[in-house]
Ligand binder design. Structure first.
Ligand SMILES: Cc1cc2nc3c(=O)[nH]c(=O)nc-3n(C[C@H](O)[C@H](O)[C@H](O)COP(=O)(O)OP(=O)(O)OC[C@H]3O[C@@H](n4cnc5c(N)ncnc54)[C@H](O)[C@@H]3O)c2cc1C
Length: 171
């Protein structure tokens, strides 16, 4: 069975681990932080396709519609989302970010996917037979592939390419 190392147990890392599990890839999540993520962030909105892909029920509320306004408060657009369940099979959901993270971590653990907290990626060795991740506490993990989900400055990218070329703007 293919084995994937997922670096970062945030929203992207947990969602990726759940999706990998669904297609039969054995995932393992390494998270530098702790489980103490209570109430970090504010609100976010998940579109129906996102809700279907995530396949968790994180709570929150489903708005009946959305209105966009410009800086002066003038209405510049609106979207009716009441029909979304029939059209897309799911609703737009608005919720606190930490609730989504908590629901995803709970789902990861309920599926039996290992999620280690306090595991900060520090080194990376990639070869023809897979990848070895080295963590700050001296531990290591081996996998066939590695997903860097530790935004905003992915450690896997820094480990494998310490001096990336900067994008340039054409003159
Ligand atoms: C504190 C905070 C609050 C936010 N609030 C909102 C909000 O209210 N609404 C909104 O729309 N967006 C918000 N954002 C924007 C945010 O980009 C997204 O909501 C979402 O969290 C992105 O998911 P992610 O998994 O890519 O990144 P993150 O959720 O940031 O997850 C990355 C994870 O990688 C871990 N990590 C970092 N380095 C390493 C390493 N070397 N080894 C292992 N693990 C590592 C981090 O501890 C973290 O848990 C917030 C971001 C942060 C950081």
């Amino acid at each position: 069975m293919t084995r994937a190392l997922v670096i970062g147990g945030g929203i992207a890392g947990c969602a990726a681990a759940i999706a990998l599990h669904r297609i039969g890839v054995q995932a393992e999540v390494s998270e530098a932080g702790s489980d103490d993520h209570a109430e970090t962030g504010a609100f976010l909105q998940i579109a129906p396709n996102g809700m279907r892909a995530l396949a968790v029920d994180p709570g929150g509320f489903a708005p009946g519609g959305m209105v966009s306004r410009n800086a002066r408060g003038r209405r510049v657009g609106q979207m009716d989302v009441g029909d979304d369940p029939r059209r897309y099979g799911a609703r737009v959901v608005v919720l606190e970010r930490w609730r989504l993270l908590e629901a995803l971590r709970d789902r990861v653990r309920a599926l039996g996917i290992p999620l280690t907290v306090g595991a900060r990626l520090q080194r990376l060795e990639a070869g023809a037979d897979g990848v070895t991740a080295g963590f700050a506490d001296g531990g290591t993990a081996r996998g066939d592939l590695l997903l860097g989900c530790d935004a905003p400055a992915p450690a896997p990218a820094r480990c494998s390419c310490p001096r990336p070329r900067r994008p340039s703007t054409p003159a």
